[in-house]
Design a protein around this ligand. Structure first.
Ligand SMILES: Cc1cc2nc3c(=O)[nH]c(=O)nc-3n(C[C@H](O)[C@H](O)[C@H](O)COP(=O)(O)O)c2cc1C
Length: 351
């Protein structure tokens, strides 16, 4: 049975189907519905204080006694921003003017990291999995999490990154293909034009490492999960597909952007946030995609562009999305998990 393997056993889940941690877009209800249906729910700490994050985890625990993944995207403090991105800031101001949003704030950003009080909280909460994006934190953090019995993973966008993660002691590796929605998890400055789609990346990562590999990028139905399992994956992580679920905290403008997108609607760009990520292309992306306008360092650029979507216009909303958005479906999360399992069974049995 495809669903019973080392990965599902280690994480105590019925099906190795992972909800991607997607910051504030994932509600505790969404994570709980996925875990209760036998998959792995996830809650990201991006954008939340420790107190807020713990509240969300408590909420999840009230709704589910299933397994949980807690996620930390990691990035350095971009430092002094005063003199950065002046032409870009002028351009963004014209978009603020169009939306009657006033004067753009001075650029600001704080680092994404696992602070000591977070580590203490994680060791107390003991989620089944702590996942990272954009690399790994310091060695002692990995060691302490693992000594507390918590599994650790991160995303690799190349075979070399997968090898680095394995050598650093992760329990599993997420192979993130170029189709993926959201930010590229790359942490080795891998050239964006040289990164691979999942069909090519996944078997090469599987061949290169001993630990179980989770496939991510463009998987939206059971055909995708079955294909990933055939290519050697032990599980699949889906982001865009879960954004369409009733329980996701996704605005009407964002939902409409996803509903109308086709297979050729998305683009990878760094103009929205300062780091490469895949979005449904809209006016926001088009207006900022000018080679003369260098984006501010991540996430300062994001902090300036996100308010443009607040009035609810989908042309100015950041529409993070993977390439398979057009085959995603609107349904409750538990129904999606069961549908994915049924479709995967059907595909694999028909072989
Ligand atoms: C809206 C959105 C937000 C995301 N945020 C995160 C995040 O905070 N942390 C993370 O590890 N991955 C994040 N990802 C990436 C996912 O983990 C995963 O690689 C991706 O969703 C897989 O591609 P798919 O969207 O085509 O399923 C995000 C993806 C999306 C679509």
């Amino acid at each position: 049975m495809w669903s019973q393997n080392k990965l599902s056993a280690r994480l105590n889940i019925e099906y190795p189907i992972f909800l991607a941690p997607m910051a504030e877009l994932v509600t505790p209800e969404l994570a709980a519905e996925v875990s209760n249906a036998g998959g792995l729910g996830a809650l990201g700490m991006w954008g939340f204080s420790l107190e807020e994050g713990v509240k969300r985890i408590d909420h999840f625990r009230k709704l589910s006694d299933g397994s949980l993944n807690i996620n930390y995207p990691l990035w350095d403090d971009p430092g002094d921003l005063d003199a950065t991105g002046i032409p870009m800031r002028k351009k963004i101001q014209t978009l603020y003017d169009r939306g009657k949003l006033g004067v753009i704030p001075a650029p600001y950003a704080s680092p994404g990291q696992v602070l000591p009080d977070h580590l203490d909280a994680l060791k107390e909460i003991k989620p089944e999995l702590v996942s990272f994006h954009f690399g790994l934190p310091g060695e002692h953090i990995i060691e302490e999490l693992k000594s507390a019995g918590i599994c650790v993973t991160s995303s690799a966008t190349t075979v070399a990154e997968a090898r680095t993660l394995e050598a650093s002691g992760v329990d599993f590796i997420i192979a993130q293909g170029l189709e993926a929605g959201g930010h590229r998890g790359t942490f080795s400055n891998a050239d964006i034009n040289m990164q691979s789609g999942l069909f090519s990346l996944l078997p090469q990562v599987v061949d290169a490492v001993e630990v179980p590999v989770i496939a991510a990028g463009g998987i939206a139905d059971g055909r995708g999960i079955a294909a990933a399992m055939m290519l050697g994956a032990s599980g699949a992580q889906l982001g865009t597909a879960f954004l369409r679920c009733d329980e996701a905290n996704v605005s009407d403008a964002y939902r409409a952007g996803l509903a109308y997108a086709k297979e050729a609607s998305t683009v990878i760009t760094d103009v929205v946030s300062g780091k490469y990520a895949r979005f449904v292309k809209n006016t926001l992306v088009e207006e900022l995609s000018d080679p003369r306008l260098e984006p501010l360092p991540f996430p300062a650029q994001y902090n300036l562009t996100l308010p443009l979507g607040e009035p609810g216009d989908r042309e100015f909303t950041d529409l993070l999305s993977g390439q398979s958005v057009a085959i995603t479906r609107e349904m409750p999360a538990a129904v999606l998990v069961h549908t994915l399992v049924g479709e995967t069974n059907k595909c694999l049995n028909s072989l």
